[in-house]
Structure formats: structure tokens, C-alpha cells
Design a protein around this ligand. Structure first.
Ligand code: GLV
Ligand code: MN
Ligand code: MN
Length: 408
């Protein structure tokens, strides 16, 4: 399979969406079922065995001649109105590598496993890495009570996916003999484009906190309640949104984003009595992220109190910053140079399943150049020539890992 096929397949998967006209594929949706079916068929065609685990990850396996499993993963869920490559590019380039081996009737001295994770973005439950947390055995059962926008809990969503929520914690679906994890992903930023490079090495993945903040005031008549007597939850939320922006600007290297907000009861002539918003806080240094998060929690309380409102602060998920494994980075660097490309290292401000996988094995990642640095946006775009370089480098990288295993 070549880069052109990867591009066509990314295009085809982008048509599988919950909404016609743009891409939205949340955890547990019909679109996720469908995309898993399509990808499973492609994987079988490349000589892989396919199964689904308890959270709905699609796990594809190409056996080797010896012991150990090297994992090439990424995710198939999406954000709302997302791009075609965030996630699927990693799965389809991994498939391309396996297909090349299969076509040559070649087996490596270890198995290759390709887990296509069912949730990395956290679109539905506001908590990222659900798929890779179960795969790696780190699923937190407290998450089962989280509700989506329609009040459906994660436990109910798992049941609707035909799985048992009770079986998610304390178990893992990754193999016990994992020797490493590698993920190819669109860069989602401008660095490779600025440096005129098709691919790059990820040195570290940011830590992140995802928090649900609720302001409760008092709903009332827009025409009769005087301005001084109001407990307007949306005004409190507005003040908080600007506070998050200012606080992140004051803490170098950090980012804070309010990406989702709802005001209730939601009528033009009613003072909002309740506002819920999402807060995403990130920094490469976990101490700085913790400091910023705590500062914002304190400010949320002060802002609410100043307006006679209450605030509810719920940390939905946190994950620590993770460095790529130096040895795998060395091999990847060799593979990139052997392909005739400068081996540039860059940190990732985006979260990736590799961060979760680091709890069970050494991890590494490669970025593919992203047009104008635009991602989480339908304009997200990669070039076929860069995808060809990525497939070539992945093949070389696996060859280097195989050489090492043979020489043990
Ligand atoms: C995933 O794309 C994230 O960084 O939130
Ligand atoms: Mn994403
Ligand atoms: Mn992603």
C-alpha cells in the first residue's frame, strides 16, 4: 500500500460521521462502529487478526517469528468539525507498513499490534485517552459516572457499545510482552513547515488538565430584575474566561482554553441561571500546570462569590507530561537520517495516546508536516509526498528494532 492509498483512506474515513457535512465521530457513536468495521476489513486484508476490546478499541495483530510485541497505535475518534488526519493518519500508515510486510510474505522477529483507539479526543465525556487508558490497564473506574451532554453516563455508553463497564478497570487489553510503542501523527503546528521538513521526532508530550466548571446564579426576568440585583451565571463565566486567558498569558509556556460553554435556561429574555464550561490547561512542566490550575480554581471561587453565584469545579482528567524514550528516539533519528531527512526533535503541545502508553512500555512518536499548522479544523491537511516519507521511515524504524532484537 502506498501513500496515495493512505490519503484515499483518510478521505474515505472522513465521510463516516455522526453529522452530514462535517466530521464528528465521538466515542460510542454509530460512526465509531462503522469506522471500526471499515478499518477492520482493511486490516484483515493485510493479514492481520482483528478483535475489539472491552471499551471498543479495534486491535489488529500481525504475528512475528519470535517473542515480544511492538505496538503502532493512534485513534479513530474525532473532535467536532475536525480534520481527516488527526488519528487516522497514524492507523493507516501503520497499516501501510504491515501491508508491505504481508505483500513480501515477511515476518519480523516480534509481532506488530495496531490498536485503533476508540477515544483519544474526549469529545463526548470531556476526558481524553479513554481508549488507551483501558488498553494500557490504567482506566479509572470513577470515570464511568461521567455524563455526556444528554445525561448518558460513560457506563451506559459502554453497555450500548455491547461491553461490560465493570470489566474496564483492573484489566488491560495490551499484550504483556510489549517492547515499545510508536505513533505517527499530523504535527498540528507550524514547526516542520517552517523548517521545510516532511517529518520530525516528538521529544515530549504536554501534560494536561481537563476541568468542568459550573457557575450557578439565579434565573430571572431580563426586563424586570434590576442590574444591581442580579446573579447572572453567564457574566460570572465571562469574567472567568478572560481570567483564564490572562493567567495563561502570565505563565510562559502555558495554554488555557474554554472550548465549550452552555447557558441555561437559554432564552433571550431570561437571565442565565446556570452556565457550564470546559477548561483545558496545559504546560510541559506539571508543576507549572498544577500552579495555574489551582490559581484558576481560586479565581473561579472569587469571581462567583463577587456575583452572588456558586461554583462547581470538577477535574475530569489530568495526565502528566511524558518524554519520549531516548533509545527509541535514537533509532527513529537513524531511520529519518537514513531516509535522507534532517532529524529534528520538537515537543508536542497536543495530547497523544503515546502519553498513556508510556505507563507500560517505552514510547516514541513521529510528526508529519501539517499545512499552515492548522488542526482540529476541517482545513487540516498533509501532503502525499510527506506521507510517503513517513511510511518509509516507519519501515526503516521497524527494521532497526528488528535488527536489535535479532542481535540480542
Ligand atoms: C487532542 O488532540 C488534544 O490534544 O486534546
Ligand atoms: Mn486531536
Ligand atoms: Mn490526535
Amino acid at each position: 500500500m502506498d501513500a496515495a492509498t493512505v490519503m484515499q483512506r483518510c478521505e474515505a474515513l472522513s465521510e463516516i460521521s455522526e453529522v452530514q457535512g462535517f466530521l464528528v465521530r465521538p466515542y460510542g457513536s454509530d460512526a465509531m462502529y462503522k469506522v471500526n468495521e471499515v478499518v477492520a476489513e482493511w486490516m484483515r486484508g493485510a493479514g492481520m487478526d482483528v478483535r475489539a476490546d472491552a471499551i471498543g478499541n479495534l486491535i489488529c495483530r500481525y504475528e512475528g517469528t519470535g517473542e515480544g510485541t511492538f505496538i503502532l497505535g493512534s485513534h479513530l475518534d474525532s473532535v467536532r468539525d475536525g480534520g481527516k488526519y488527526d488519528g487516522p493518519l497514524g492507523i493507516l500508515t501503520a497499516l501501510a507498513c504491515v501491508e508491505r510486510l504481508h505483500d513480501r510474505e515477511e515476518r519480523l522477529p516480534f509481532a506488530i499490534e495496531v490498536p485503533a483507539f476508540a477515544d483519544e479526543e474526549g469529545l463526548r465525556f470531556g476526558t481524553t485517552y479513554l481508549g488507551s487508558s483501558h488498553y494500557s490497564g490504567a482506566f479509572d473506574e470513577r470515570l464511568l459516572e461521567l455524563e455526556d451532554r444528554d445525561g448518558v453516563t460513560l457506563a451506559e455508553a459502554v453497555r450500548a457499545f455491547g461491553r461490560e463497564p465493570e470489566s474496564l478497570s483492573g484489566t488491560k487489553s495490551a499484550p504483556d510482552d510489549a517492547i515499545g510503542y510508536f505513533e505517527t501523527h499530523i504535527e498540528q503546528g507550524p514547526v516542520l513547515e517552517d523548517r521545510d521538513l516532511p517529518v520530525g521526532i516528538v521529544s515530549a508530550i504536554t501534560g494536561l488538565s481537563r476541568i468542568q466548571v459550573g457557575f450557578t446564579g439565579s434565573a430571572g426576568h431580563a426586563g424586570t430584575v434590576p442590574m444591581d440585583g442580579r446573579k447572572d451565571a453567564l457574566c460570572a463565566a465571562a469574567e472567568f474566561v478572560l481570567e483564564a486567558e490572562a493567567a495563561a498569558k502570565a505563565e510562559p509556556g502555558s495554554v488555557a482554553t474554554v472550548g465549550e460553554i452552555s447557558a441555561l435556561p437559554g432564552a433571550g429574555n431570561v437571565i442565565p441561571g446556570r452556565v457550564d464550561l470546559s477548561l483545558d490547561v496545559r504546560h510541559g512542566d506539571d508543576t507549572v500546570r498544577g500552579r495555574l490550575r489551582d490559581h484558576l480554581e481560586k479565581r473561579a471561587g472569587e469571581i462567583a462569590a463577587g456575583r452572588g453565584c456558586d461554583v462547581n469545579w470538577q477535574v475530569r482528567q489530568e495526565s502528566v507530561a511524558v518524554s519520549a524514550d531516548p533509545h527509541l528516539v535514537g533509532l527513529l533519528s537513524t531511520a529519518i537520517k537514513d531516509a535522507g531527512v534532517e532529524a529534528l526533535q520538537l515537543p508536542s503541545g497536543a495530547g497523544h495516546d503515546a502519553a498513556q502508553m508510556a505507563s507500560i512500555c517505552p514510547v516514541s512518536m513521529m510528526f508529519v508536516r501539517c499545512k499552515d499548522g492548522v488542526s482540529h479544523n476541517p482545513a487540516e491537511s498533509v501532503e502525499e509526498e510527506d506521507v510517503a516519507v513517513a511510511i518509509d521511515v516507519m519501515g526503516r524504524f521497524l527494521g532497526l528494532v528488528a535488527e536489535e532484537r535479532r542481535g540480542r
